[in-house]
Design a protein around this ligand. Structure first.
Ligand code: FAQ
Length: 337
């Protein structure tokens, strides 16, 4: 169902690049504007305004960090998966998320960013990553909900990024979305199996949905009126659909899925609005969201400490790779001499 949104229209009236972009080089800028206006792709070798480059490095690196930190809550469950089949699926999924991080760091590098600097920014707490991964995965139902709901929200946000104006990001997103689609389905299927099980299993699923629902809605970012970057990112064709519109699409798609599953969504204000042809919903706790984004969620410190330890434990691999590469270079120049 998610791939059907590949052809969703852009939010209206936000295509042309505004006059407020400083004319760094009028001729190059007008060529860049024309390409954006024509819905063309900007490639790494093309000239681009500094603001465009910075916005992309910021968003792509935050996205990469989210994928890599996002391996942790589910990764904790690999050794405790309830069957060999679930373990094999979970290992594949967590490995995919690591792969997404690598495509995304590579896409950021095409913009001139250094991967080492980006990773330092994550490890020192300067860089952001998705709020959702600062909540714990307490039991096996949470693993299903992370697949079914968290990946569901992630795909809804990522499908429009397949049409991002920056070529390497857009192309990375096509593959990422295909893999995320499998992640969402395996999570939903795991939940369906639990819902057909015992009353205790059904209660676990409901409890996990209750804990994750609001956090998933917050993944789409602050309301449009408070979103610092949306307007410009949409003018540049980086973001195609606003935070609130994507959140609404996710709610509209998820309510019927919850019905099939047999769980209730924990929002007394969730009601179909005939006039809007959308579900109305209750207020998200934005104070809690900002506290989490700013480092004070339940697991922020633990997540960063785990990432830093993994990075430090892997230092010998990087050292060995560099030593090998230097040896190969020395051999090649000896042969050439
Ligand atoms: N968490 O002006 P906006 C996944 C920050 S991947 C933390 O609206 P923007 C796969 C934002 O960075 C999930 N911070 O910003 C998976 C900005 O801060 P800054 C990640 C957030 O960029 C599944 C400030 O608030 N996906 O889940 C969040 O236009 C399962 C102002 O906000 C992506 O990164 C948040 N939720 O829109 C893995 C997709 N929301 O930089 C494992 C690409 C906002 O000024 C298991 N990114 N902020 O300091 C995007 O589409 C956009 O960056 C948004 C935010 C929509 C996330």
């Amino acid at each position: 169902m998610y791939t059907q949104s590949f052809n969703v229209p852009d939010s209206p009236g936000l295509k042309a690049v505004p006059d407020t972009v400083p004319a760094e080089n009028p001729e190059l800028l007008s060529r860049f504007d024309a390409r954006i206006e024509a819905d063309g792709k900007i490639e790494p070798q093309d000239w681009m305004p500094e603001g465009y480059r910075k916005t992309l490095v910021r968003q792509i690196s935050q996205h990469a960090h989210s994928e890599v930190v996002g391996m942790l809550p589910e990764g904790n469950w690999i050794t405790r998966a309830p069957s060999l089949k679930r373990k094999a699926i979970l290992i594949a999924k967590v490995q995919d998320e690591g792969g997404h991080g690598l495509y995304l760091y590579s896409a950021a590098e095409t913009l001139g960013a250094s991967r080492g600097d980006l990773i330092d920014a994550l490890h020192s707490g300067r860089a952001k990553y998705s709020s959702i991964f600062n909540y714990p995965a307490l039991n096996w139902a949470d693993v299903g909900v992370i697949g079914g709901l968290v990946d569901g929200a992630a795909i809804m946000n990522q499908i429009p990024l397949c049409r991002c104006s920056y070529g390497p990001y857009a192309r990375a997103m096509i593959r990422v979305c295909k893999e995320e689609s499998f992640h969402q389905r395996q999570g939903y299927e795991a939940l369906l199996v639990m819902m057909r099980g015992t009353a205790e299993q059904r209660a676990m699923v409901q409890d996990a949905v209750n804990r994750f629902w609001w956090k998933c809605l917050a993944m789409f970012g602050p309301p449009d009126k408070d979103s610092a970057h949306s307007e410009q990112a949409m003018r540049w064709g980086i973001k195609r659909i606003s935070n609130d519109d994507l959140r609404q699409k996710f709610i509209d798609a998820t309510v019927p899925q919850a019905k099939v599953l047999g769980v209730t969504l924990p929002d007394p204000d969730l009601k179909w609005n005939e006039e809007r042809q959308h579900y109305d919903h209750g207020e998200i706790d934005w104070d809690e969201f900002w506290a989490t984004v700013n480092g004070n969620g339940p697991c922020n410190r633990e997540r960063l400490a785990t990432r830093v330890k993994a990075h430090n434990d892997g230092q010998w691999v990087r050292d060995a790779a560099i030593a090998y590469s230097l040896k190969q270079q020395a051999k090649a120049s000896k042969e050439a001499a």
